[in-house]
Ligand binder design. Sequence first.
Ligand code: CAA
Length: 433
Amino acid sequence: MPNSATVGIEAMAVHVPKYYLPLESLASANGIDPIKFTVGLGGRAIAIPHPNEDAVTMAVEASSALLKRYNVDRSRIGLLIVGSETGVDAAKPIAAYVHGFIGLHSMCRTFDTKHACYSATAALTLAREWCAGSGRGRKALVVATDIAQYDRGSPGEPTQGAGAVAMLVGDAAAAFVFDDFPEAFYTRHVMDFWRPNYRNTALVDGPASIKSYLEALRTTYASYEVQSGVPFNGYKHLLFHVPFPKMAFKAFKTLYEREASRRNGDGMPFPLDESFERCTAPALWANRELGNLYSGSLYLSLAGLLDRSGATVEGARVGLFSYGSGCCGEFFSGTVGACAAVWRGRTGLTEGLARRTALDHQGYLAFRETAATLAREGSFNAVLPGVEQTGAMAFLGIKNHQRVYGLVSAEHETAFIHTPPCEPSRTAPTPTA
Ligand code: CAA
């Protein structure tokens, strides 16, 4: 019989882009008080992808790191789902590129999911059901990859970001085991945030998006509380989708005040700010450095929490709220397993952040413009200066209507070799006993 009780995330790896823009630089270039960005929105910096990076290269980097760091047997992976709203093609999924470049077996189902920032949660749900059912004994790879970009000078610009999170889902004593409670989700057709096909920057109705996010949170949390029986204080940590870090505070405050009003004067163990510092803030340190990862931002928080906490959160119940504009929300939870310590310092966050380079405002504008040119048909180019280190995947431009990718060569950083997809793994996927 399928066993869903041990299904969860067994490994996680984050791709951190090499460049970032301190929010203070953006504020001073835009003539805005920097405190608005650092305190009002709660960020410190935003990740800026190099023009040779796109949603495919970031997903490949995160997936390759995961396979290597956790010594994953590729032949066990029978499902690959990529969640993204930064699609590079209307038909060909990012998952097909990733499958080829990381060399998975052909007996692997691959597809992308899309529903704004909710897409990776949809992917995880499918992966978890597959691992508990027909895929039992095999592994699913779920990757969230996005570049969040808004118009220059718009209110959304300080909430940009980029990165990818790869997660291995399986049914063997996962480090983060999904709680097997009934699901709590919410959908409503709302135009709070969207990106038409002819634009590479998103459009947003900021106040409507915040209202819709909080409505989805209230509804899903209330439904989950009734169905699971887990009370507010049953969660050691509460994590939320993080379009900007202050939004996680607004979300936590919503649940805290709901609980406080239900206690009819019985009081809460800690004041609001202290509760937030204990419950949610420990997960936000990486979000403050990278900005919005769209589909990956909730999972960046989870990686941040477990990368720093390790064994100290073993056995802790964590509640997670995922929100995708448009909109779909879901509240779910999981319990940190005994092997969570394997993630400590291993998600790639610490080393990724340590090797970053700050851009000034001019450098940021130049990257933005070059990336837009490179992505246009016929703009085939080579590896540009300042690319990731040797061996990194690079998007080189478009030739014959095909996106061209390469590996930065070992001899010379500005040379490249055209990389055909890896040969598929020769070993057939094998379920465990
Ligand atoms: N010092 C300190 N604080 C200051 C300040 C100053 N000088 N100036 C402003 N602030 C504070 C404000 O008081 C405000 O705080 P509160 O929210 O606690 O009241 C905060 O800084 C932001 O100020 P504004 O509300 O004036 O900011 P804005 O209107 O210019 O932009 C935004 C805010 C609408 C969220 C904008 O960043 C945006 O459009 N972001 C993109 C959309 C988004 O992230 N929506 C979130 C929900 S949708 C979602 O989650 C999906 C997704 O990923 C996009």
